[in-house]
Design a protein around this ligand. Structure first.
Ligand code: KG4
Ligand code: ZN
Length: 334
């Protein structure tokens, strides 16, 4: 079956086509139009500007996605319907509904976090349950236990900032621009992660929740204390020290949760999963106790292919263009 998917929950306009045969899906095309240049001057995403840019970019994305995939017959349309910025989500959902009406195809609404989790299934069907997924994005930091397809139990989450948000805010404090994650990880490569002694919030809290706002504030105090202009060495060392503090907490909680729930597979998802140091260190820690999986870098940050992948597992819920399944919240199980 061939699935066309639309993702416009935040600041990336993305349309993808995937083809699934005998339970394994391959990406035919995955077009992502980034809005970084539009939002960078504001230091963050402006929802109404994001919606306007989606409106402008969505049709060219569709044309390119169909052309790259060689115009296959489409069986199902999928669209993200939450969580995300409402003005942005509405553009994608309405475009998807219009296509479903025009082509008379079924449609399914997908939860964005579920999409991030299912990025791990792209080109891969070998995931054993129970599985644990660490979702680290700009809006979420969650540990989700999966007992089977579509069966989620939230076992821990951030009490304040998301991990990606902390990367973005620390980058701003260091004058590095937006989005922060890629720049911090770049600077950290040649920095000394032991130069600054930063806190590892909630690392011994005895539960699986996270907190990143105190870590960001610790960086703020250090930067304020420093009276001269920040040198390149200072920025590199601070980037490395902050990144390692965040990674230590993420790894500690994930390895403890994997042990407590005796999972067979551990997965990593979301924009922060593109961080090479997190990928390397988490893999090393988990491989001793369970199978470890992470999506290719290009499927970590927001993309349409992950939404199509989640739709493949929700294909039985397909519905008519006039009624998208209300799937905006992850259905959690006890
Ligand atoms: O999943 P995503 O594309 O959008 C949301 O659903 O939020 O994640 C975006 C977040 C941003 O905060 C960005 O700074 C972070 O992912 N990010 C990274 C890296 N690449 C993107 N964080 C750390 N290291 C990276 N290499
Ligand atoms: Zn996302």
């Amino acid at each position: 079956m061939t699935i066309l998917s639309i993702e416009t929950s935040c600041d990336d306009t993305s349309i993808a086509l995937i083809e699934c045969n005998q339970g394994v899906c391959h990406v035919l095309s995955n077009i992502v139009s980034s809005q970084v240049k539009i939002h960078a001057p504001y230091g963050g995403i402006v929802p109404n500007l994001a919606a306007r840019a989606h409106l402008k970019n969505i049709e060219p994305c569709l044309k390119q996605a169909l052309t790259e995939a060689k115009n296959p017959e489409i069986d199902l349309i999928a669209t993200t319907i939450g969580p995300g910025l409402i003005p942005s989500l509405l553009v994608g959902a309405n475009f998807a509904k219009a296509l479903a009406y025009r082509w008379q195809k079924p449609i399914v609404g997908i939860n964005h976090i579920e999409g991030h989790i299912y990025a791990n299934w792209i080109n891969n069907s070998e995931i054993d349950f129970p599985a644990l997924c660490l979702v680290v994005s700009g809006g979420h930091t969650q540990l989700i236990l999966m007992k089977g397809h579509g069966k989620y139990k939230l076992i821990g989450q951030t009490r304040d900032d998301a991990a990606g948000e902390a990367f973005d805010k620390v980058a701003k404090l260091l004058g590095l621009g937006y989005p922060g994650g890629p720049i911090i990880s770049q600077k950290a490569k040649s920095g000394n992660s032991k130069e600054f002694n930063l806190p590892r919030p909630m690392i011994n809290s005895g539960n699986f929740d996270f907190s990143f706002s105190g870590l960001k504030t610790a960086v703020l105090y250090q930067v304020k204390k420093h009276e001269e202009k920040l040198s390149d060495k200072y920025i590199k060392d601070m980037s490395a020290s902050f990144q390692q503090a965040a990674i230590d907490v993420l790894i500690s909680k994930t390895t403890k949760a994997a042990k407590e729930y005796d999972v067979k597979t551990v997965m990593l998802s979301g924009g922060v999963a593109a961080n090479l140091e997190l990928r390397k260190q988490l893999k090393e820690s988990i491989e001793k106790q369970a199978k470890f999986l992470m999506p290719e870098i290009g499927f970590c940050t927001d993309n349409g292919a992950m939404i199509a992948m989640a739709a493949f597992f929700r294909r039985s819920e397909k519905t008519n263009y006039s009624k998208i399944q209300a799937n905006a919240n992850l259905k959690l199980v006890a």
